[in-house]
Design a binder for this molecule. Structure first.
Ligand SMILES: [Zn+2]
Length: 261
C-alpha cells in the first residue's frame, strides 16, 4: 500500500515537475564525473534527481541563497551512487543543509573512559545518523572534477553506511554479495593504506581515509567514482566489492585515460 502510493507519487512528480532540459544538459556537461554514462543511464539519473529534489529539503544555512545550479549539482552527484540502487537507499531523513564555505560545528562527545571532549574544527561536510547531510557549497563546486575528492559522494556514502546502524564501513550488502570477501578486501586495504600514511608516503587517495573504517569506505567511494583506474590499480579487491555494491563499473564507462592524471 505504502509502496504503491509512493511509486504513484513519484511517477506524478516525474510527469509534472519536469526539470528543464537545458538546465539538465548544462549540468551534465559541467560534471566530468558523469562522463561515459549511456543515454539510458542519464535519463534514469535525471528521474532520480527530480524525485530527490522533491523529497529532500535542500536549505541554505546562514540565510545564504541556494541557487538552482547548486541544488542540481548536489542532486546529480548524490544520485549517481544510487543510480542502480534506488532512492529508498536515502530513506529515513530529509534535510541537506548547505553552508557557503567550511563550517565549524561545536559538539561534545564522551570517550570510552567517560571523559567529555569538545570538538570544534572546520569541516566541509557532515552526515548525521537519521539526520541531515551538511555540505560546504564551495566544496560542492569543486566536486566532480575527477581528482578523487568529492564531498557529496563522501557524505552520501556515509548515509548508505548508516542504513544498518552507526557508520563502520559496512553498509548493507546485497544478498548475492559475500560478507567475508568484503571484510577481507576492506580490512587488508585499510591496514595497508594506514601503514602508508603512517610512514609519511604520498598517497593519491585522500589520507583522511586512514582515520577509521567508516572514513575509509567514504573516501574509497569518492575514489571509485572519481578516479576508478587509480583505485583499481591500488586496491583491486576494494574496487570489485564497490562495483558489486554500487552495481556500477565507472572504470569501464570512463575509458582508458580517466583517473590517470
Ligand atoms: Zn566522513
Amino acid at each position: 500500500m505504502v509502496w504503491s502510493f509512493r511509486n504513484w507519487r513519484r511517477r506524478r512528480i516525474q510527469q509534472h515537475d519536469a526539470l528543464p532540459e537545458t538546465a539538465w544538459r548544462d549540468e551534465v556537461a559541467s560534471l566530468p564525473l558523469l562522463r561515459g554514462l549511456s543515454g539510458d543511464e542519464l535519463a534514469r539519473l535525471r528521474e532520480l534527481v527530480m524525485v530527490f529534489l522533491r523529497e529532500k529539503e535542500l536549505v541554505a544555512a546562514d540565510g545564504y541563497g541556494l541557487s538552482g545550479d547548486m541544488r542540481l549539482k548536489i542532486a546529480a552527484q548524490a544520485c549517481l551512487p544510487i543510480l542502480n540502487l534506488g532512492l529508498d537507499y536515502y530513506a529515513g531523513w530529509v534535510s541537506v543543509i548547505v553552508y557557503p564555505d567550511e563550517f565549524v560545528p561545536e559538539y561534545e562527545f564522551m570517550d570510552e573512559d567517560g571523559v567529555v571532549h569538545q570538538v570544534r574544527e572546520p569541516m566541509i561536510g557532515e552526515s548525521w545518523e537519521r539526520g541531515p547531510v551538511i555540505l560546504s557549497s564551495i566544496d560542492v563546486e569543486r566536486s566532480g572534477e575527477l581528482d578523487g575528492v568529492n564531498v557529496v559522494i563522501h557524505e552520501f556514502a556515509h548515509k548508505l553506511d548508516m542504513l544498518n546502524g552507526a557508520p563502520d564501513g559496512f553498509p548493507p550488502l546485497h544478498r548475492e554479495m559475500d560478507r567475508a570477501a568484503w571484510t577481507q578486501a576492506f580490512s587488508r586495504a585499510f591496514d595497508d593504506f594506514g601503514a602508508k600514511v603512517e610512514s609519511g608516503a604520498e598517497t593519491v587517495i585522500d589520507p583522511y581515509a586512514a582515520e577509521s573504517p567508516a572514513e575509509f569506505f567514504a573516501v574509497m567511494s569518492e575514489a571509485f567514482f572519481e578516479i576508478p583506474h587509480i583505485l583499481q590499480r591500488e586496491y583491486p579487491e576494494v574496487y570489485r566489492q564497490l562495483a558489486e555494491f554500487y552495481r556500477q563499473d565507472p572504470m569501464a564507462r570512463m575509458g582508458e585515460e580517466a583517473g590517470c592524471a
